[in-house]
Design a protein around this ligand. Sequence first.
Ligand code: SF4
Length: 327
Amino acid sequence: MPDPRPRVVISRCIEFAACRYNGAMVKSDTVLRLMPYVEFLPVCMEADMGLGIPRDPVRIVRKDGADRLVQPSTGRDLTDTALRFTREHLANLSDVDGFLLKGRSPSCGIKDVRVYPPGEGKAVLTGRSSGMFAREVLNAFPDLAIEDETRLLNGRIADHFLTRIFTHARFRGCLERGTPKALMDFHARHKLLLMGYNQSAMRRLGRISASSAPLEERLQQYSMDLHQALRRPPNCRSWNNAMMHAMGYFSGKLEPQEKQHFLRSLEWFVEGKVPLSAPLLMLRSWALRYEEEYLLQQVLFEPYPAEFMGLLGTDACSGRDLWEVAR
Ligand code: SF4
């Protein structure tokens, strides 16, 4: 049974319909490239709650500490309608692996949404404010990957997002199979990827997959811990651990110069001179040459479709936290 495609809720104005307030559509090459691999579930809160296309713009207005969704031209307060629509829509979703929402929109923006005072005053930008639809998504799905289309232009953010949605989809496949073997196989395939993300979570997940508890209980616990393990992106030290662990499979088989070259490529990766794909490709070539089946099945080498490989550029170890505000 092939792995299911990730199911991702997307703001409909991104490449699916010209439904923005001004009748425009948002272009995104990443979304166009992902279409063959991802099952997108488009939604447009503003159009679907009956505001029409085109329509007068709406904005977030903060009044007495509470945020309201307001249409200044008509003076309508649309908050209750928006919340009713959103909560019902989200409650009817099933098997969702992530969200890709339109940045900075008063409805869909996950951060950097302008918040206005009542009346004619100027907007403030706190960085943390999200749109009316997006804040419900963030509350209802704290463990899922949620990004906006502009942030996906950054390779580190795109790599983390794609890794999460494709891994969640693969785990849904494991749940559909619903056997102890499916869980063991899933864990075996993801071991190095999980080691790269979070070594202690990888061990905990290993214990869950091999425990003698009832399967239903194990799958539920594994699912929760897997979501947690993938919440934060990996750091350089844990990537290095995972790759050193993989190199251990070839100890005694490699020439000293080959080992030295590999270790130098890890240093270059940490120093931001080569992307993660450089040491990974070396490991994969050795796995092919020595027919190391365990390594060949590792999703670490291809956590998402190969055409997106190389997203994690040379700034993977820059240490800058790109998720501090978004989640
Ligand atoms: S940002 Fe959201 S609400 Fe606004 S047009 Fe796009 S999908 Fe619709």
